[in-house]
Design a protein around this ligand. Structure first.
Ligand code: G3I
Ligand code: 9MR
Length: 579
């Protein structure tokens, strides 16, 4: 965003706070006009939600001169069940002239100010990737790259113990291995292969689908300017760790690298518990195979910078695949002395499908294609535990490499079917968001964005405008068009999370949390209530969010949740027409 616009928006923010807005918390009061706090591209679909009230019309007013630039009718009010609130839609897509505006509705306070401008989400996409830099293990963050969030290095992970659950003849329990680098998973300092799976897919897909958006962007990371796009430099930090999570003797992959118990709320260099690699498993091994096959394909273009690495990745993917053939049902069972994140999964068809898809695209070997076809009839919304859609997305991007027209039609139909269903849910929702009450799980904001990612695949295949508009609406929800009026990304919006469950942000004595992180989002199961000194504002699905550091079930951040944010922000920049 140009500086003058930042300054203009921050003045307006100061004004709206002094008028009774709350800078750091969600505003649960009803009767507001909710919208995307980062604004819109000139040619984007632009919707606001008007809560309650009985007005039938709205106005769009320009901030600079108070001129009304558009008058429109509101849609009929309908109750949005996840929030127990009536909502009507103001569609102001016609406002295309760059500027700063507010929506006004008789009887309600004016909306937040918002810009219509070119590239409204470019800085967001940059920050969402930069967030991973802030979570790097094994490196000091410098003033130059981290500003006020500079910190000492922690968790070198050069001496990690093989846990009894991971023992093998060549590496008995207690063997010391080295598995440095990687990203901390989330608010905790552990590193989990399964969760790295979907994360790497999201980031690498963002690059693969929109290279012209990412090429030349300067994220201000230590590798910036080295001739490799920053997004791939950042991804390499985690990939190089993942490579060390494979046992070279048999190809199996350890589920996680972890303490026995979560660290306290201290900075990384003050967290010195012994670390272990824990149990190999089928899900971790297949996710690893998929990621390495994908990375081998993508980093081949940068072989000069990573000599021998694509071939190493390919060999790693293939040996992991062989291990999984011999060990097709090894579930991760948390050992009794290990108390960190589980990421346990009992169903492996989806991991087989994803790994087979990526290995097919890397090798062209039709046997992998047949496995993909056998293990996945249709795609579902992805999560760390459900990954077949990741293979569908990669297949769709490379549809020219599919064996025949029948295979192409199958991919097109599967993705279009899901996009049709999601866009129908979006259109029927009084809030214009595809989320159903049951979608509000731990990490619900990532469900919103993973739905958007699938809608965007539908748009890329068919060009159907509804799919793009629905994806825009999903991002709008995350950036403020929600019943709490919060932009859920730290540092990006007018009211943002200030107390994320993130050990560095808790321990660093800096008021602002590390920027660019997506808060997990409303989660009515409230599994952390017992650890929280304050109550959630509501038990309704879309209101079950607490901006408190205690709230690991609604206000933690995690690498897998930021990945679809990177993807969707970049995709809307790249795909929204520029008429
Ligand atoms: O599998 C059941 C399903 O059968 C049932 O219908 C559904 C009902 O809600 O629950 C499903 O299990 C949920 C599981 O995730 C799979 O989605 C659990 O209730 C839910 O508690 C569990 O939440 C996970 C949480 O860890 C607790 O294990 C989150 O998905 C996961 O994102 C989160 O990940 C943590 C790591 O463990 C540690 N690092 C931080 C990270 C983010 O909070
Ligand atoms: O801090 C932990 C967080 O990163 C995890 O996502 C969460 C679920 O596994 O667990 C958190 O740790 C809490 C623990 O589970 C229960 N006691 C309080 C801990 C947080 O302070």
């Amino acid at each position: 965003m140009p500086l003058h616009r930042v300054l203009a928006l921050s003045c307006l923010l100061a004004l709206s706070v002094s008028q009774g807005g709350v800078a750091s918390e969600g505003d649960v009061s009803t009767g507001q006009v909710r919208l995307n706090q980062l604004g819109f591209s000139p040619d984007a679909s632009k919707l606001a939600v008007v809560e309650n009230g009985d007005a039938g019309a709205f106005r769009v007013v320009r901030e600079s001169d108070g001129e009304t630039v558009l008058r429109g009718d509101l849609s009929a009010h309908g109750e949005w069940v996840p929030a127990g609130r009536a909502a009507a839609i103001a569609d102001f897509s016609e406002v295309r002239t760059p500027g700063i505006y507010r929506i006004e509705v008789d009887g309600l306070p004016p909306s937040d100010p918002f810009p219509v401008e070119a590239e409204p989400y470019a800085a967001l996409a940059d920050a969402a990737i930069k967030a991973y830099y802030f979570n790097r293990a094994g490196i000091a963050l410098t003033d130059e790259h981290a500003g006020q969030w500079a910190r000492a290095a922690g968790h070198p992970d050069e001496e990690v113990f093989v846990h009894a659950s991971a023992a093998s003849p060549e590496r008995p329990a207690g063997t010391i291995i080295s598995a440095p680098y990687g990203w901390y998973d989330a608010g905790d300092y552990n590193k989990y292969v399964v969760n790295s799976g979907i994360t790497m897919h999201g980031i690498l897909s963002a690059w693969e689908h929109f290279p012209e958006f990412f090429r030349g962007r300067d994220l201000g990371i230590p590798e910036s300017g080295n001739g490799v796009p920053d997004i791939l430099d950042e991804a390499w930090w985690n990939l190089r760790w993942m490579l060390d999570m494979q046992d070279p003797h048999d190809g199996g992959v350890y589920h996680k690298l972890t303490n026995l118990r979560f660290d306290g709320s201290v900075m990384p260099d003050h967290a010195n518990d012994r670390r272990y690699v824990v149990q190999k498993g089928t899900a971790a091994t297949l996710d690893f195979a998929a990621v390495m096959a994908m990375a081998a394909r993508i980093y081949a273009e940068y072989e000069d910078h990573y000599p021998g690495v694509p071939a190493r990745m390919r060999a790693a993917a293939e040996s992991a695949w062989r291990w999984a053939q011999e060990n097709p049902r090894v579930e991760y069972i948390q050992p009794p002395d290990v108390h960190t994140g589980g990421y346990g999964d009992k169903a492996f068809d989806d991991e087989f499908a994803w790994a087979a898809a990526e290995l097919y695209l890397l090798s062209g070997d039709a046997a992998y294609y047949r496995v993909f076809e056998r293990y996945s009839a249709e795609p579902g919304i992805p999560s760390w535990a459900r990954v077949e859609a990741l293979g569908w997305m990669s297949m769709a991007h490379h549809r020219d490499r599919l064996p025949d027209d029948h295979a192409r039609a199958r991919i097109d139909d599967g993705i279009d079917g899901l996009a049709t269903r999601l866009s129908a849910q979006w259109r029927e929702s009084p809030w214009r968001v595809a989320m159903k009450p049951s979608d509000f799980v731990w990490g619900s904001n990532a469900v919103v964005l993973n739905q958007a990612m699938l809608l965007l695949q539908g748009y890329r295949l068919s060009g159907q405008r509804d799919y793009l508009d629905a994806a825009q609406s999903q991002l709008d929800y995350v950036l403020g068009r929600n019943p709490l009026g919060v932009s859920y990304v730290t540092g990006h919006g007018l009211r943002t999370p200030m107390q994320i469950h993130h050990r560095q942000s808790e321990a660093d004595d800096i008021d602002e949390p590390v920027p660019g992180w997506l808060s997990g989002g409303p989660n009515p199961r409230q599994q952390d209530a017992k650890d929280c000194p304050v109550d959630y504002p509501s038990s309704l699905p879309a209101l079950s969010w607490l901006d408190h550091r205690c709230s690991y079930a609604s206000n933690e951040v995690a690498i897998n949740w930021n990945a679809p944010l990177v993807y969707v922000a970049a995709a809307l920049e790249a795909l929204t027409p520029d008429e």
